[in-house]
Design a protein around this ligand. Structure first.
Ligand code: R5P
Length: 308
């Protein structure tokens, strides 16, 4: 089947990498913004669509509503143009943190799942989905790439056994961090986090001590930066992981959402370096000195290759 990758021109570094790794062409539809903020997605060449498999690579990162709608409109346009199969690769899936409401009722993520399917998506590929239960909201196949083996390889190039402790900032991240730590054969600990308002949390005690020279705090998302910086501060101030003691704390997250003043807070934080992936394309104003971006086009391409 004729197959091509589709991505938004302005945010397509990851899509380019995936297309290149798979030897596929990349189509960049034009996005028109109307005065009232409505979007229109214009496919450049509709003749390529008939009977084809389209792989749409697009994270629904901030501005979430706009990017979500770009995904819906693009998939809808492809379907209308006669595409036979649509694989949506959405490395960062906005609304995934709203899998349920604080009162236990169904959250907005279930609606997003229905909208993705209604837009014509036949299969979905995501990366480090915030909660695995979200898969059950979909009736199409969902392939969630964990990245644990990929990050274990990446960190193994930086740290030897006995040099580093991997730290989960909350119990939700503990299983993921344990998986990386087991593969690397290094210790891991997690912190307990308490939510005291809908969008406010406080980090409490840790499950163990950190005896190694280095510590890497790993989370799925850095949004405002508050969770990861709170944990860094506890390691730094209460657990002796400070430069004066010859020890260094690093931060790592899969999805750099970077809202509010996260960029400034991270640059001024105790972290010696902040690693994130290119699951979200960062504009120039969100880049900072301590930031290092890890390219994940290869693990994504490996999974998509199996779906061709
Ligand atoms: C929450 O459960 C997530 O795993 C992250 O810890 C959270 O979204 C990070 O948000 P922020 O950077 O605003 O603390």
């Amino acid at each position: 089947m004729k197959t091509f990758v589709v991505a938004q021109k302005e945010h397509n570094a990851l899509a380019k990498g995936v297309a290149q790794a798979l030897g596929l062409s990349l189509i960049e539809p034009q996005t028109v913004h109307f005065a009232d903020s409505e979007l229109r997605v214009l496919m450049p060449d509709l003749s390529v669509c008939a009977g084809a498999h389209a792989i749409v690579v697009h994270s629904t990162a901030p501005p979430v509503q706009e990017n979500m709608f770009w995904l819906f409109q693009t998939c809808h346009a492809l379907q209308q143009a006669g595409v036979k199969k649509i694989t949506a690769v959405v490395p960062y899936l906005g609304y995934a943190r709203q899998e349920k409401n604080p009162d236990g009722t169904v959250g907005a993520m279930q609606l997003i799942a229905r909208l993705i399917e209604a837009a014509g998506v036949d299969q979905l590929v995501t990366v480090a989905l915030h909660d695995p239960s979200i898969v059950s909201f979909f009736s199409i196949p969902v392939y969630d790439i964990t990245l644990a083996p990929f990050l274990a390889d990446f960190f193994s190039q930086h740290y030897k056994q006995g040099e580093v402790t991997l730290v989960a900032p909350d119990e939700g991240a503990a299983a993921f961090v344990d998986q990386i730590a087991e593969l690397m054969k290094v210790p891991s600990i997690y912190f307990e986090k308490e939510r005291y308002a809908v969008d406010k949390t406080r980090v409490l005690s840790s499950s163990g001590v950190c005896n190694t020279t280095d510590a890497v705090v790993i989370d799925d998302i850095i949004d405002t930066g508050s969770t990861i910086i709170d944990v860094g501060r506890l390691l730094f101030e209460k657990m002796g992981c400070s430069q004066e003691q010859g020890r260094t704390v690093y931060a790592c997250a899969i999805h750099p959402v970077f809202s509010a003043n996260a960029v400034d807070c991270l640059q001024e934080s105790m972290f010696a370096r902040v690693w994130v992936t290119n699951s979200i394309a960062l504009p120039k104003e969100k880049m900072f000195e301590k930031l290092q971006v890890i390219n994940i086009s290869s693990p994504i391409a490996q999974v998509v290759h199996q779906l061709l």
